[in-house]
Design a protein around this ligand. Structure first.
Ligand SMILES: [Zn+2]
Length: 259
C-alpha cells in the first residue's frame, strides 16, 4: 500500500472501523460471512493485525509499521463482536480494539451487559473479560455515547474521565485509547481527550501515518469495503487513491474510478 522501505516497513497503516457483525443492513452492520471471508483472504495474503496501542507507540516514536499490517477496531461493544468474531480472531490470531461505553455505577460483573445503544444486544462483562484474556483490547467511548461537541466543559471531562476510570477498574489495567462517539470532535474536545488518553480515533476517512494527529486518527469505515469492486479493499495498491478520491468532487471522481 505504501512504498516499502529497505527495512520492509511502511509509513502508513489502515485502521479499520467496524461496529456490529450482523445482517441488519444498517450502516453499522457488516455481514459475518463477508467479514470471515475478507479476514481469511487477507490472512492468506500474509496480512496481519497489530494492536492499536502498538500503532500509537510506533506513531509517537516516529517509527514505521511492519509491512502488510492493519489495525482492527470495533465501536460500541455489540455482542456480535464476541458471538460472530471471537472464534475467527482465535483461529487467525487476530487482535482488535473494542471501544465501549461502560455501565454507570460500576456494575461490571458476570453476565451484566453494557448499556444498550440501539436494539442490538450488547457485550456482557464475562464476554469482555474473555476477549481481553485472549488479547483483544478495550478503549473508552464515553459513558453515554454523547456527542461531545455539545457537552459543557464539565460534562465533557466527566464523560472522558468516568468512562476511562470505569473501564480501568473493571479490567484492572490503564485505559489509554479513546473513540469519539459519532466521530464528533472539535479543538476543545480534542484537547480534553489529549489530557486523558494516549490517542483518539475518529471517523475521518483516511490511512493513519506519520502525519496523523494522534488525537484525531483517521480510520477506514468497513462500509467502504462492502462495495463489490472494493471487496479486496485496503490490501491493494490503489486503495489510498480510492480513499483520496472519496473526498474529491463527484465529477472528478467519476473520471478516476469505476462507479
Ligand atoms: Zn459509537
Amino acid at each position: 500500500m505504501s512504498t516499502l522501505t529497505a527495512s520492509g516497513r511502511v509509513a502508513q497503516i489502515p485502521i479499520l472501523t467496524l461496529h456490529a457483525l450482523d445482517e441488519m443492513s444498517s450502516p453499522i452492520s457488516f455481514p459475518p460471512h463477508l467479514f470471515a471471508r475478507a479476514m481469511r483472504r487477507w490472512h492468506a495474503d500474509g496480512w496481519k493485525t497489530i494492536d492499536l496501542a502498538q500503532v500509537v507507540r510506533l506513531l509517537s516514536r516516529g517509527a514505521k509499521f511492519p509491512a502488510k499490517t492493519f489495525a482492527l477496531t470495533f465501536d460500541d461493544g455489540y455482542a456480535s463482536v464476541y458471538r460472530e468474531g471471537f472464534a475467527l480472531f482465535q483461529e487467525l490470531g487476530v487482535t482488535a480494539t473494542v471501544f465501549v461505553a461502560p455501565n454507570p455505577g460500576g456494575d461490571t460483573n458476570g453476565t451484566t451487559p453494557l448499556p444498550r445503544l440501539s436494539e442490538r444486544e450488547m457485550l456482557r462483562w464475562n464476554e469482555i473479560r474473555e476477549l481481553r484474556a485472549h488479547g483483544i483490547t478495550f478503549g473508552a467511548h464515553t459513558m453515554t455515547h454523547a456527542n461531545l461537541t455539545r457537552c459543557s466543559d464539565a460534562q465533557l471531562d466527566d464523560e472522558l474521565r468516568t468512562s476511562q476510570q470505569a473501564l480501568a477498574d473493571a479490567l484492572g489495567e490503564p485505559i489509554t485509547l479513546f473513540a469519539y462517539p459519532f466521530g464528533k470532535y472539535d479543538a476543545r474536545v480534542r484537547g480534553r481527550a489529549a489530557h486523558f488518553f494516549d490517542a483518539a480515533v475518529t471517523d475521518r476517512l483516511g490511512i493513519a501515518g506519520a502525519n496523523s494527529d494522534r488525537y484525531a486518527l483517521e480510520r477506514v469505515e468497513s462500509y467502504y469495503l462492502l462495495s463489490p469492486w472494493a471487496a479486496d479493499g485496503f490490501t491493494r495498491a490503489w486503495f489510498p487513491h480510492y480513499l483520496a478520491a472519496r473526498n474529491l468532487p463527484r465529477a472528478l471522481r467519476r473520471r478516476l474510478l469505476p462507479s
